[in-house]
Write a protein that binds this ligand. Structure first.
Ligand code: FAD
Length: 389
């Protein structure tokens, strides 16, 4: 749903101009230095990128799913790490609060997340709890009016620079699986919470990812998202469901960019006395990529519109994430091929995106986990004929 088409078109144009004219010239430097320049982060704050998905009542733009999807497609046409800087705040790091936070929690934190004054992160994964996120080992033990939290979270985006952590921990040791898990809001500076230096990684340089270590970290019971223990896993799933739609948009942007780059290269590079774009086998790589971009975009926008209409899109969100992330991987692979040997050399645009987009098939549910989800839901719904498109 696009609420005010003219107003939204202007908003989207502003985002596009920022991305294409201010971010794009810095992509390579960010990849090399593994750092996003602070003035660029300040510009992200100025144009409201941190708060796109946060409701207007709390200082954000309150974009609908369709609007947010279109913005995500724009912002991800440059180095994906740029979006990762503000993406937590306008996605997974604020969504738990948006969907399940108490009014007091929302008033305290959402305006700061929306402005970008505070950077949030979402700390669910643990060394022994990856695809099976219900296997949480982090424990939160009640002690008077407080909880004392102990455990380690790994692979957490923005952990090294975050000021606000949504940490999932088991509050009921007797409960199994998804039951007995609670989400806590923990501020940096709370004794017992620390973040070791960021990992070195394959791509997405400039987006720090690291551990969150909790050593007898004491927080008040009021830090539980929604105030009621045991609801954390449901909260996490609600946040992830929306995030999967976001992520599909973030896979489509790079694929659009790479099709553009492939076309430019195919037109300028000459072999056998002609532009390589005149060879039909090269054209095939471009055509297949462009078809897949269009298919992913259509699936995403249809799903986003359904979500805006209040329809349960749990299965479709999984389909969007699975299809768009796999599609983006295939497009990046073809882009390297079109660039030839140059596509394998550092600082080449295809080489960089190839490394960056590999992550999309791993986080927020691996492709295998989404396939399992989709299969289960398809079979469950089949008897009611609801799985039909
Ligand atoms: C750069 C980066 C950033 C991240 N950011 C965050 C973040 O901000 N917050 C957060 O909480 N987490 C984050 N993650 C963690 C991410 O969500 C997990 O890595 C992911 O869920 C996979 O878990 P795992 O790494 O433990 O892999 P595993 O679960 O060990 O999976 C390994 C392989 O086994 C397969 N597999 C597992 N179970 C099954 C099954 N039942 N059937 C078939 N195949 C299966 C998987 O698909 C995969 O191929 C991030 C990860 C990375 C790399």
């Amino acid at each position: 749903m696009i609420r005010h088409p003219e107003q939204f078109a202007a908003q989207l144009a502003e985002v596009r101009a920022f991305v294409q004219t201010e971010c794009r010239p810095l992509e390579q430097e960010i990849d090399r230095t593994d750092e996003i320049p602070e003035p660029l982060v300040e510009r992200m704050r100025t144009i409201g990128l941190f708060g796109h998905s946060i409701p207007e009542a709390y200082g954000g733009a309150g974009l609908t799913s369709e609007e947010l999807s279109l913005v995500n497609i724009e912002v991800s046409q440059v180095a994906t790490t740029i979006r990762a800087r503000f993406g937590g705040n306008t996605g997974i790091a604020s969504e738990s609060l948006v969907v399940d936070g108490t009014e007091a929690q929302k008033r305290k934190y959402l305006p700061q997340l929306a402005s970008g004054a505070v950077t949030g992160c979402f700390a669910l994964t643990e060394p022994e709890a990856g695809s099976d996120a219900t296997a949480q080992k982090t424990v939160a033990v009640r002690d008077g009016d407080d909880y004392v939290i102990t455990g380690t979270k790994c692979y957490i985006t923005n952990a090294p620079l975050a000021n606000l952590f949504t940490v999932f921990a088991r509050t009921d040791p007797a409960a199994k699986g998804a039951a007995g898990i609670s989400a806590f809001l923990i501020e940096r500076g709370t004794p017992g919470l620390s973040t070791p230096p960021a990992y070195r990684k394959m791509g997405q340089h400039g987006s720090p990812v690291g551990e969150v270590v909790l050593e007898r970290c004491r927080v008040p019971a009021s830090a539980i998202v929604g105030g009621e223990p045991g609801q954390g896993f449901k909260t996490a799933m609600k946040a992830l469901n929306k995030q999967r739609i976001n992520l599909a948009g973030l896979c489509i942007g790079p694929a659009i960019r790479l099709v553009e780059e492939m076309v430019a290269r195919a037109q300028s590079r000459r072999q056998f006395g002609q532009a390589i774009g005149e060879f039909q086998l090269v054209q095939q790589m471009i055509a297949e990529s462009n078809v897949e971009v269009h298919a992913a975009r259509a699936l995403l926008l249809e799903t986003a519109r359904k979500r805006d209409d209040g329809i349960d899109v749990t299965m479709e969100a999984s389909m969007c994430k699975l299809f768009a992330s796999e599609m983006c991987g295939r497009v990046a692979d073809r882009a390297v091929q079109v660039f030839g040997g140059g596509g394998y050399i550092a600082d080449n645009v295809a080489e960089r995106f190839y490394r960056d987009v590999r992550l999309f098939r791993l986080y927020e549910g691996t492709s295998q986990i989404h396939l399992i989800n989709i299969a289960k839901r398809t079979m469950a719904l089949a008897s009611r004929s609801e799985a039909r498109p």
